[in-house]
Design a protein around this ligand. Sequence first.
Ligand SMILES: Cc1cc2nc3c(=O)[nH]c(=O)nc-3n(C[C@H](O)[C@H](O)[C@H](O)COP(=O)(O)OP(=O)(O)OC[C@H]3O[C@@H](n4cnc5c(N)ncnc54)[C@H](O)[C@@H]3O)c2cc1C
Length: 418
Amino acid sequence: MMLTTTSTGYDDARLGFQRRDPHRPEVIFPVTSADEVQEAVRYAIAHDLRIAVQAAGHGVIEGIEGGALIATAGFNGVKVDAERRTAWIEAGATWRDVLTATAPDGLAPLSGSAPGVGAISYTLGGGLGLMARRYGYSADHVRRIEVVTADGGRRNAEDDPDLFWALRGGGGNFGVVTGIEIDLFDVPTIFGGSLYFDLAEYPDVPEVWRDWTRTVPEDVTSAIAILPIPDFPQVPEVLRGKYIGQVQLAILGDRGAELIAPLRAIGTPVLDTVGELPYVDSGRIFAEPERPDSYTSRNVLVSNLDALKTLPGPDAPRMHVIGIRHLGGALARQPEVPNAVGHREAAYSLTVLTPGEAATPRDVLEPWREATVGRALNFTFEKLTPDEIAEVYDDYDRLVELRRRYDPQCRLWANHQI
Ligand SMILES: Cc1cc2nc3c(=O)[nH]c(=O)nc-3n(C[C@H](O)[C@H](O)[C@H](O)COP(=O)(O)OP(=O)(O)OC[C@H]3O[C@@H](n4cnc5c(N)ncnc54)[C@H](O)[C@@H]3O)c2cc1C
C-alpha cells in the first residue's frame, strides 16, 4: 500500500510521538513485512526519492519534506526463543511489544525508560537501558540484523563485519532495518522506581545522588531528573507546581533496599514509588509522559559532575528538564563483537531538554565544556552540525567511509546524518 498527501490515513501514518517538525513526505509506505520494505526502497530508487523511516516517532528532529516515508509501526511482531534467550524483533516493535512478549518466560530485553520507544530505532542509536551498567548498551547484545540497503538489496548484516559494526550505534544511516535478533536476560522482576524530592526542601539531592553513584555496584543503574512540574490536574497532587529532583532507580539482585538507604536518608520524598516490580512494568520507574509532544534537547557525555551547581534552577528564564544518567560498568567495556557506539569512557550522560517549539540554547552546556568527552545520539533531539555529530563517535572517519559505500547518494534521511 502507498499513501499520498490526499489519502485517508496520511496524517495518522506520518505523525509520531515528537510533534515539533513532523515528516511531510510525498508518499508513505505503511509496511507490514520485509518484502514491503524492499518494495518501498525500490520505488524510491526508481522515482529518485529520499527515504525516511519512522517507527514510534520519538526521535524525529527534522521532518523529511517530500520523498518517501517508510512507516513501520504496523510491522511490529516479536518472536521469543526462550531456550536460546533471544527475541526476533520486527522493524516497528516498541519496547512495550517486546516486554509483553518476553515477560511470560521471565525474560527481559535491554529496554529503556519509555516502553513506547521503537526498540530498533533505540538500538541503532546505542540504546541506554534500565540494566545498562550491568549488561551494557542494547547495541552490544544484537546477534543478527536483516536490512534493506539503499541499493534495494536485502542483506544479513552479521555476514558483513563493516555493516554490522556501523548499524549498531550508527543510527539510520546504513539501510532500512527490517528485523534484529537480540539477547534476553533472566530478569522477571526488578527493584526500582523513583524518589521524588522537593528541591526547595532538599536542594542537595543532585550532589548526594552523584556522590552515591561513585559507591554503587554494576547491578545499580540510576539517573536523576531535575524538573519543574507544571500545576496541571493530570499530575499527582503532591508534585504539582514543585521543582523536583526525581532519583530514578533500577537495581538487580536482592540488595536494593539496602543499597538505596543513603538516598532514603536524605529525608522524606513527596512521592516514593520504589519497590520490587515485574520487569514488564519497568516503564513505571521513570514514569515518563506518554502523550505526543514537542521538545528539543542537547546532550553531552561527561567524565564528572563537578559543574552540577551551574545547572539552570527554578529561577531560570526558560523551563528546562535536566536528565543525568550514570554510566560506567559494562557500558565501559567493548562487546565481544565491537560496534560503533562511542565514548565508553564517559561517566555520565547529561541532557538538557526544552519542552515546546523553542530550541535548547547552545550555551546551556557551556559550563560542562571541560568535562565533556562526547555526545549521545539517542538523547539529542536537535539538528547537530557535522562536527557535533563526529563527537558522538570514536571512529567517525570509518562511519563516513561506510556511509559512502552503502548509501553513496545519501538517499536515507537518517535522523542524524553521517
Ligand atoms: C520519552 C523518551 C524516553 C527515551 N528513553 C531512552 C532511553 O532510556 N535510552 C535510550 O537510549 N534512548 C531513549 N530515548 C531516545 C530514543 O531511543 C530515540 O529517540 C529513538 O530513536 C526513538 O525511537 P522511535 O522509534 O520512537 O523514533 P523514530 O523517530 O521513529 O526513529 C528515530 C530514527 O531511527 C531511525 N530508524 C527507525 N527505524 C529504523 C529502521 N527500521 N531502519 C533504519 N533506521 C531506522 C531513523 O533514522 C529514525 O529517524 C528516549 C526518548 C524519549 C522521547
